[in-house]
Every structure is written in C-alpha cells, then in structure tokens.
Design a protein around this ligand. Structure first.
Ligand code: SF4
Ligand code: SF4
Length: 186
C-alpha cells in the first residue's frame, strides 16, 4: 500500500475506534446503561462458588509442612519456621501476589486446612514489595471453615497451642496485628 493509502487507512481505523468509544461513552451517561462501576465506591458482588481471591490463613494451625509451597507452580509461597508439626512457630509465611496465579493448587494438599482462597481481591501498592502479604503477622484469618478445620482448631485450642504460639511468635520477633478490616481490602 502506498504512503497515502497507509495514512488514509490509519485515519479511517482511528475514526472507527473513536466512534465506538464515544458510542459507549454516550450510552454510559444513562445510569441504567452503565458498564463500569465507580470502584472502590461501588463493588461487584462476588460469586462465592467460583471466586478465587487473596488467601486466608490460620497461622497457628499451620504445621509448617511446606506442602502448599511445594504444590505452587510459581514458587510464590515463602515459609520459614521454628520446629515442625503442631508446635511449629511460623516466623515467615508470605505470598508474593505479583507472581500468584490464583490457581488454588496450594489449598488441597494442606493437611490442616489452614489455607484457602478467600473473597478479598484488592491489594493496591506502588512497589513489588507491596504485593507480598506477610500472613505470619496474623492478618487475613480464615472466614469460612470446614468441619475438619473446625475439629483441628478445637484440638489446637484445647492443647493451648493458639495461646502459646502467639506468645512464641512474639518471642521470635514476629510482629502481629489485629485482623484487617475485610472491607478495606476487597
Ligand atoms: S494460588 Fe496457585 S500460584 Fe497462588 S500461591 Fe497458591 S499455588 Fe501458588
Ligand atoms: S500445607 Fe498447610 S500446614 Fe503445610 S505449610 Fe502449607 S499452610 Fe501450613
């Protein structure tokens, strides 16, 4: 195609794109026709069956077996602990969401059912480090549990492991924080 032909084709396709964009813009002015939500003031309802959001994790019930990390296809779960088994103290359980695929392959291998994909999906930040969530600090606890997980939680509770592990994590210099407000991170 000649130079002039190329130029005309460029102008024609640009006009076609602008026409389409302006059609949607005009249509969107009417509230009933809107395609976009004013996030974060408005949010879509989550399909609780198919949604895969940020992880939820019970740091005290984790036995540091690393099966979740081994199952992860992109190696984005980082685990460091003192001891193994029920008495393991998690000093690092981080997920790098700049790599995570939300595939959920880390969930089924967990013998403690202490890691699930939850409803939260918002993780704003300016650096790659902001995409790393430090679950060992106690945020993002599991909201919906299973019968097996509840049974294990009771066992850990009865043995006083929840209380002792919290203290031991503090002794190892792991900072803790109260549960983050889920509404802030969705
Ligand atoms: S959801 Fe998939 S990619 Fe993300 S941490 Fe789990 S296994 Fe890894
Ligand atoms: S598989 Fe479960 S118990 Fe094992 S390290 Fe991962 S979260 Fe902890």
């Amino acid at each position: 195609m000649s130079y002039l032909g190329n130029l005309m084709a460029g102008i024609r396709t640009t006009c076609q794109g602008l026409k389409l964009t302006s059609t949607y813009m005009i249509r969107n002015v009417k509230p009933s026709n809107r395609f976009a939500l004013e996030y974060p003031f408005e949010k879509l309802d989550i399909d609780k069956v198919t949604h895969r959001g940020l992880h939820e994790y019970d740091v005290d019930r984790c036995i540091s077996c690393s099966l979740c990390a081994k199952a992860c296809p992109v190696d984005c779960i980082y685990i460091e602990s003192v001891g193994k088994g029920k008495k393991a103290i998690m000093t690092r359980f981080e997920v790098d969401y700049s790599k995570c695929l939300f595939c959920a392959l880390c969930v089924p291998p967990c013998p403690s059912e202490c890691i699930v994909l939850g409803e939260r999906y918002s993780l704003p930040g300016h650096t790659r480090d902001d995409m790393i969530v430090k679950f060992h600090e106690g945020g993002f606890p599991i909201q919906v549990t299973s019968e097996h997980a509840d049974g294990m939680a009771k066992e850990f509770q009865d043995e006083g492991l929840y209380a002792s592990k919290k203290k031991e994590r503090a002794d190892h210099g792991v900072p803790t924080h109260e549960e983050q407000d889920p509404a802030q991170r969705r």
